[in-house]
Design a protein around this ligand. Structure first.
Ligand code: ADE
Length: 254
């Protein structure tokens, strides 16, 4: 998977891409991250990539020229709007609070592509022509406003990378995660068996794989019901799951 990130603040990506799973995935050749400075494609003495909005109002708006040109240079196409019309571009994703909200399903969908372009806006937003004639998708990471799309792009790179085969260093790593199963994850424990008097539940220590699995499933169901009951409405539930949930007082559709 190749990520191309377009930003006015390339230095922001140094730390986050140089640690942990993203770094390992880069070192293992599972992902490539290329961070491009939009200002390199801005003209004039001041290389201005943003400007005041027509009609007034506060803040600065990303100019279309530098953003279009940076994408064209990196994709090697003379006219990205035309290439987009022909369906010959990878997803070109704007990070904006106006986009569809990122969730595990969206991350899984993005992970199927061999290449993603992520465009980070700053200031008050993008000139609308970037949205209409360049982007193929718009993603928000939640209903709050960040100072720019950079942190959102990092979130996407992280959430997508950990889904790629081999990225976690162990097989089936991401399949049991919270959200991947449609449920929140069950509580986890590691050594020591007793910490400051707090003991690991005995059933987990038995080593009986089947009963551990049953207990974990029930704990995942319980936790989801307590914290995110909305998720139970679309989670794939077995008859046994439903019987267990009903015994707790859960009723479908409530
Ligand atoms: N830029 C500013 N706020 C954002 C958000 N919530 N998600 C994605 N990009 C953003």
């Amino acid at each position: 998977m190749r990520f191309d990130i377009f930003t006015l603040f390339p230095e922001m990506f140094r730390g986050p891409f140089d640690a942990s799973i993203v770094k390992r995935a880069r070192d293992a050749g599972i992902i490539e991250t290329h961070v491009h400075d939009i200002r390199d494609y801005a003209w004039g003495k001041h290389r201005q990539a943003d400007d005041y909005p027509y009609g007034g109002g506060g803040g600065m708006v990303m100019k279309p020229g530098p953003v279009f040109r940076s994408v064209e240079a990196i994709l090697g196409v003379p006219d990205v709007e035309e290439a987009r019309t022909r369906g010959e571009v990878p997803p070109i994703i704007l990070l904006t609070p106006q986009g569809r909200t990122l969730n595990q399903k969206v991350a899984e969908e993005l992970a199927k592509h061999p290449r993603l372009l992520l465009i980070c806006g700053r200031y008050e937003g993008f000139d609308e022509r970037i949205r209409r004639y360049l982007a193929t998708d718009e993603i928000s990471i939640g209903d709050y406003v960040l100072s720019g799309g950079e942190l959102a792009a990092m979130v996407i790179v992280d959430a997508v990378t950990r889904l790629l085969p081999g990225a976690l260093g162990y097989e089936h790593g991401a399949e049991e995660d919270s959200h991947a199963t449609g449920l929140l994850e069950y509580p986890q424990y590691t050594r020591p068996p007793s910490f400051r008097g707090h003991r690991v539940p005995g059933a987990i220590l038995t080593g009986d794989h089947e009963s551990v699995e049953r207990l974990r499933r029930r704990q995942a169901l319980l936790r989801t019901w307590l914290r995110r009951p909305d998720m139970l409405e679309s989670a794939p539930l077995t008859e046994e799951d439903k019987t267990f949930l009903r015994s707790l007082g859960w009723k479908p559709g409530k």
